[in-house]
Design a protein around this ligand. Structure first.
Ligand SMILES: Nc1ncnc2c1ncn2[C@@H]1O[C@H](COP(=O)(O)OP(=O)(O)O)[C@@H](O)[C@H]1O
Ligand SMILES: [Mg+2]
Length: 234
């Protein structure tokens, strides 16, 4: 088990956004958490990264209790997050944004950079441009590449599909799928758009108002009547 959260809860004052969810991710899986706007998806990812205060019965990463580690120490252990709405550095160039993703390791940055430019050729073309001048789709690719340059073991991805044209969404999802299937990268992604995320996932959770209401292999959820009615528009 790479990541195992038991009874994870997130509260904002009196508002309980996440009610004691159990989420686990095994090495090599691509797991998605699907749920509507406000279901608590971002809160879960931020809690796993250590960016949001949370409580849990246990929060283990590679068997180690990480519940009291600050975000940068979780990052050091190989957890990285692609935040909602990409949140790249607007006043840095594409190259500088990627450099920031690799702030600790210096040895193999140029090798990683080449990999990222091969994976996202548009970023190579735009390497000297400021982040703010990129289109939404390009910013999303940059946000993913910035998380990948540090060679994470577990990538947390927050709604990459948001605000992208359908064609770009499937391109970005294809990249995530091939990272998982071809390089073995473990990914936990959260999405409103269930159709595409279930396509690329090995396993999924359905989150409703802070609680997991269904879970199972992605194929099985795609065939589930409740999922079809609520999320797949059938
Ligand atoms: N910083 C915050 N302060 C207060 N309430 C918040 C905060 N962030 C999120 N919430 C609330 O928590 C719930 C879950 O939000 P969020 O995790 O962002 O859901 P999702 O990512 O699924 O849209 C929502 O009701 C939202 O309004
Ligand atoms: Mg969100």
């Amino acid at each position: 088990m790479l990541l195992e959260a038991k009874g994870l809860s997130v509260r904002y004052g009196d508002v309980v956004a996440v009610h004691g969810v159990d989420i686990s991710v095994t090495e090599g899986e691509l797991v998605s958490i699907i749920g509507a706007n406000g279901a608590g998806k971002t809160s879960i990812l931020r809690a796993l990264m250590g960016l949001e205060a949370s409580t849990s019965e246990s929060l283990l990463y590679r068997g180690e209790d990480i519940s009291s580690l600050p975000p940068h120490l979780r990052a050091d252990r190989g957890i990285r997050m692609v935040p909602e709405r990409s949140r790249i550095f607007p006043n840095l160039t594409v190259y500088e944004n990627l450099r920031m993703g690799c702030y600790k390791k210096t040895g193999n940055f140029s090798q990683q950079l080449e990999k990222m430019y091969a994976l996202f050729p548009i970023l190579a073309e735009r390497s000297a441009q400021w982040g703010m001048t990129l289109s939404g789709g390009e910013q999303q690719q940059l946000a993913i590449a910035r998380a990948l340059v540090s060679e994470p073991r577990l990538l947390l991805v927050d709604e990459v599909s948001m605000g992208l044209m359908p064609k770009l969404v499937s391109e970005v999802f294809d990249v995530l799928k091939s990272l998982n299937r071809e390089t073995g990268l473990t990914i936990l992604l959260v999405e409103q758009s269930a159709l595409l995320s279930l396509e690329i996932s090995t396993r999924a959770y359905v989150l409703e108002t802070g609680e997991i209401v269904l879970e199972g292999p992605a194929r099985q959820l795609q065939d589930d009547e409740r999922v079809q009615a609520a999320y797949l528009g059938m």
